[in-house]
Design a protein around this ligand. Structure first.
Ligand SMILES: *[C@@H]1O[C@H](CO)[C@@H](O)[C@H](O)[C@H]1NC(C)=O
Length: 148
């Protein structure tokens, strides 16, 4: 099981021109394998929409906010609350090093995202998801993706 997962992760995470852009359906597969489909009531389409509006599927994206905190990785997880960047005060609710959220295997980002989405507000904790994905049809994000 663990081995099969590793192999499929490796084959899923084909990165394009060193920019660490994960392909949409490859991302869907990893999210599915990590049991995000239906997690806290959110579909894979919700997760894909979230990843797109936050990072454009860029696994290595880091963005500095006006308050001096940073957002990391595919889900742009914030250092003020969720991960420790050893630069500014952090609640570090995910008990994770922010740099781990840039790992191409996505596992740290996914476990932290599970913690965030389990908090009150769910996916609305991501402002961009609230603005661009919530209350809109977005099942088309899964178009052409085969999870089998
Ligand atoms: C991905 O994010 C990194 C870090 O923010 C950035 O340097 C790179 O240009 C981005 N790649 C693309 C294709 O936007």
């Amino acid at each position: 099981m663990a081995r099969a997962l590793l192999i499929s992760l490796a084959s899923c995470l084909l990165v394009v021109n060193q920019a660490f852009i994960v392909r949409r359906c490859d991302l869907a597969k990893v999210l599915h394998e990590e049991q995000l489909d239906g997690f806290e009531g959110y579909s894979l389409s919700d997760w894909l929409c979230l990843a797109f509006v936050e990072s454009n599927f860029n696994i290595s994206k880091v963005n500095e906010n006006a308050d001096g905190s940073f957002d990391y990785g595919i889900f742009q997880i914030n250092s003020h609350y969720w991960c420790n960047d050893y630069q500014s005060h952090s609640e570090n609710y995910c008990h994770v090093d922010c740099q781990d959220l840039l790992n191409p295997n996505l596992l740290s980002s996914i476990s932290c995202a599970k913690i965030i989405v389990s908090a009150s507000g769910g996916m609305r904790n991501w402002v961009r998801w609230k603005l661009h994905c919530a209350d809109r049809p977005h099942t088309y994000w899964m178009t052409g993706c085969h999870l089998g």
